[in-house]
Design a protein around this ligand. Sequence first.
Ligand code: RIB
Length: 313
Amino acid sequence: MIAVVGSLNLDLVVPAPHHPVPGETVLGGDLARHPGGKGANQAVAAARLGAPVAMVGRVGDDAEGGRLLAALGDAGVDTGRVARTAGVATGHALITVDPAGENTIVVSPGANSRLTADDCHSAADQLGAAAVTVLQREVPDEANEAAARLAGGTVLYNPAPAVTGATVPPGVDLLVPNRTELAALTGRPVPTTLDEVASAARRLTGPGAVLVTLGEDGVLLVEGGSHLHLPAYPVEPVDTTAAGDAFCGALAVALAEGAGLEAATRWASAAAAVSTTRAGAQPSLPHRAEVHEVYARTGNAVAAVGGKERGES
Ligand code: RIB
């Protein structure tokens, strides 16, 4: 079983010819509303890949909260530990997506910001039994810290969104940042080369391994003194929203099923690649057969084009 502690948002998505700069108004396309939130996306990603999943979170007692709970239920996620907070709006995310599929996101956390350590204690049975517990940063740190303490299995922490000065909760086994989040955690500039990324990841003591997601550059797996670069699967992205969530959900599933870290990372990269070929957060998250098809079909092609680069230091 996989437990996800985290956010649920209603995503308000507008396609735009380009992202606005401060002071600029941009005329975009038609508004779409999708279920989202990093936590809920990761829960749905894992459930679509066949895992039993329990979600811990909060929504408001409004219509949007009901819609998000229904979406999780439709995906097969156990929502028994998602509480409804009276008088507080459900979380929302305002998202623009440009023609290259790149997004900008502003989150209004609403009820997500009311998640407490006590909420996690109420889910102690689920957290204790989970093979993998998945955490992110759209809920208060105190909830994540409690969840990491209560977790009986592997703790996977996705420190998104990035905030300078953020810390990794004690008890995290596996850290999954992107470059920006890595910079925020280390308090240093955003690393560019693979060596810079590896050396930044090694500054973070605590997690047993760090998996840095690099978008179209793939993933860098940093464990102890060695690092392994896995190139991205070749796809034409339409919308990269929730690609990191697809990665985390799939990684949790593969690890819960007993895969080694390298194989789990390759599988998770395939899930993330498929998710970028479709619009929206939860609507883009793939089913198991689709991930397997990309994993099997392009795994060899990726190896032939670049293969993996292993570094030691
Ligand atoms: O990671 C994508 C998610 O970030 C969106 O669904 C949005 O809700 C924000 O939480």
